[in-house]
Write a protein that binds this ligand. Structure first.
Ligand code: GTP
Ligand code: MG
Length: 195
């Protein structure tokens, strides 16, 4: 897909702030600091439209980005960041859960994981939860540039095995640094969004 337009729309704190134009939505879930916002920036080839940071916990609401007047990326707050208060985590958890279960325009959830490491307990819970509710998932294993090419396949296998990835589920290796996986991910998104 050729991105000709990308804009930040809203940092939504709840459903009454979600867009009403019914464009397909692609949600990004993953642990804090894994690289969700960077992935959005790479997909649209913009340096810093989605705010990234080396400090975890930067994304705090549901951040909506509209692409080509065709779809939205919805950037979630990351999970598993210890310094976020329990109350705050519960608020996010509820908001995300409600969004994933009730948002009719949601077409695909990207579960972003770190290719370098086995999935965390939270990654496994998230994947199982999405599968349980029949939400279409694509696992995106990012930061591939941080390991040598010769070890990619080993890490991919480790990740798939640990998540008990279903054969029917998409899995894409990615790097926001180099753009590896970008075309493949766009093709998958376009198909899921019916574009
Ligand atoms: P939260 O909003 O806190 O949940 O984090 P996030 O998942 O949005 O992570 P973010 O995109 O802000 O990236 C976190 C850090 O990882 C930043 O320092 C990024 O530059 C770095 N990073 C993200 N993706 C990649 C990648 O593919 N390769 C490399 N080398 N670094 C990456
Ligand atoms: Mg972020």
């Amino acid at each position: 897909m050729k991105v000709t337009q990308a804009e930040f729309v809203i940092s939504a704190v709840g459903p009454d702030q979600y867009p009403v134009d019914a464009l397909p939505e692609i949600a990004l879930a993953g642990r804090s600091n894994v690289g969700k916002s960077s992935l959005i920036n790479r997909m649209i080839n913009r340096k810093n439209l989605a705010r990234t940071s080396s400090t975890p916990g930067k994304t705090q609401h549901l951040n909506y980005y509209r692409i080509n007047e065709e779809l939205y990326f919805v950037d979630f707050p990351g999970y598993g960041y210890a310094k976020v208060s329990k109350t705050q985590r519960q608020v996010w958890g509820k908001m995300i859960e409600k969004y994933l279960l009730e948002r009719e325009t949601l077409k695909l959830a990207l579960l972003v994981v770190d290719l370098r490491h086995p999935p965390t307990k939270d990654d496994e819970l998230m994947y199982d939860w999405l599968k349980h509710y029949d939400i279409p998932v694509c696992v995106v294993a990012t930061k591939a540039d941080k390991i040598p090419k010769t070890r990619w396949q080993k890490h991919v296998k480790q990740m798939k095995d640990a998540l008990l990835l279903r054969k029917t589920d998409a899995f894409i290796m990615f790097s926001s640094e180099t753009g590896v996986g970008r075309d493949e991910l766009w093709a998958h998104i376009a198909s899921a969004a019916g574009l």
